[in-house]
Design a protein around this ligand. Structure first.
Ligand code: HEC
Ligand code: HEC
Length: 348
């Protein structure tokens, strides 16, 4: 059903070398064409890149390998990719995943498409930079790389990373792998995780055959039902926090954004997720409590789940016929991203 496309990249041949050949006919890593003006999404503003961590193709390539390398985790069992896999829309397909040392995680793994365009990270937006997020994911529960006694990455993890990548770190950063350089490389790689080639994107560019008739009707329903109050723009997220009632009936509900803002109205509010690739990223919501896309859509169409903090300003029950709900689901299917993160060859 999905056509794989080869995406144009700049600086590729030198940087990726053999990888390109290995990936012939598949998607390839999307590297920055113009590192000073990195604007991977057509007709959209350039991505904001921190001055301290300029984006380069070499750095992204290094981060791409680290992203797949289990040696980064505290117990050697998992890489970042372990929980953000292609087949599951860059999630893990579980209600809630398990981190290194078998640590159960508190929330559902979110997708990462266009994650470099966000300005706050995690479901509650507690991370203020992508570098900071990467460090937290690396050191804390997900990858468990933190030293048991000190607040720093285990010496043996860094030693393994330096053994495999020391020369590459010297070349890219002029120093060995440390907390800063590893997280800068990971963040740079994540800025290349771009969705821009869905059927909807092609339809927007004028390809009348890109979307099925049902999906076209669904796109109209999506706008009519005001899903765009929160899932707006090319990324289908306003990057704001809303309570739609998920998990509020729990004995001790996850208060979400309230933890960060301490504002009463943010109780049980979570960052609006992008809907790109949503058909592949079941189960749904921050607690992974809903198994199918159809159920998730019905919950939103119904106006969410009532509770004292429900965002009734932006979310109201939409009076839709069953056929319209079906069309909505078809539209969301048209947001499935054909690009994939290719698997690199890792050093010994
Ligand atoms: C064991 C599973 C697991 C692993 C391994 C993992 N993640 Fe995640 N990731 C998650 C979960 C769960 C969340 C959501 C946590 C939250 O919001 O509280 C998340 C969230 C994120 C986000 C924020 C997304 C957003 O919408 O703001 C980014 C970025 C990310 N991870 C990158 C990484 C990186 C980098 C690594 C490797 C260093 C990594 N992940 C390893 C499960 C995982
Ligand atoms: C008030 C803002 C708002 C409106 C309006 C809204 N959503 Fe959402 N949507 C959210 C938030 C916030 C979440 C995540 C909530 C959570 O996990 O607690 C979400 C989650 C979803 C999910 C699950 C995505 C995932 O990755 O888990 C789907 C599907 C979805 N919305 C579709 C829709 C549709 C279809 C409509 C219109 C009928 C709609 N939404 C209207 C804010 C909104």
């Amino acid at each position: 059903m999905l056509k794989t496309t080869v995406v144009a990249i700049a600086l590729p041949v030198v940087v990726l070398g053999g990888v390109l050949a290995a990936c012939a006919g598949q998607d390839v890593l999307k590297l920055p064409a113009d590192p000073k003006n990195y604007a991977p999404v057509e007709k959209f503003e350039p991505m904001k890149i921190p001055e301290k961590n300029p984006i380069t193709a070499e750095k992204a390539t290094l981060g791409w390998k680290l992203w797949f390398d289990k040696r980064l985790s505290g117990d050697g069992t998992r890489s970042c990719y372990f929980c953000h896999v292609n087949e599951k829309g860059l999630t893990d397909g579980l209600p809630k995943g398990t981190g290194a040392f078998n640590k159960p995680l508190a929330r559902h793994t979110p997708t990462l498409w266009n994650i470099g365009y966000h300005s706050e990270w995690y479901w509650d937006g507690r991370a203020k930079s992508l570098e900071g997020q990467a460090l937290a994911a690396w050191k804390l529960a997900n990858m468990g790389a933190k030293d048991e006694k000190e607040d720093k990455v285990r010496a043996e993890v860094l030693e393994k990373v330096n053994k495999a990548y020391g020369a590459e770190f010297q070349k890219v950063f002029g120093k060995a792998a440390d907390e800063e350089s590893v997280t800068q490389a990971l963040a740079t790689f994540m800025r290349t995780i771009i969705s821009r080639d869905t059927a909807w994107d092609r339809a927007q560019k004028g390809d009348a055959t890109a979307m099925s008739d049902a999906a076209k009707r669904g796109w109209e329903v999506f706008q009519k039902a005001k899903c765009t109050n929160c899932h707006n723009g090319v990324f289908f997220t306003d990057q704001q926090y809303h309570n739609i009632g998920i998990g509020m009936k729990a004995e001790k509900p996850d208060v979400g954004r309230f933890n960060v803002s301490k504002a009463e109205k943010d109780t049980g509010a979570f960052k609006t997720p992008t809907l790109r690739d949503v058909a592949r990223s079941a189960p749904y919501f921050h607690d992974g409590s809903v198994a199918t896309l159809e159920e998730a859509v019905k919950l939103l169409v119904g106006g969410g789940i009532d509770n004292p903090h429900l965002d009734k300003v932006n979310l109201q029950k939409a009076d839709l016929k069953d056929a319209e709900v079906k069309d909505l689901v078809e539209f969301l299917n048209a947001l499935t991203e054909p690009a994939r993160i290719p698997e690199p060859k890792l050093p010994e």
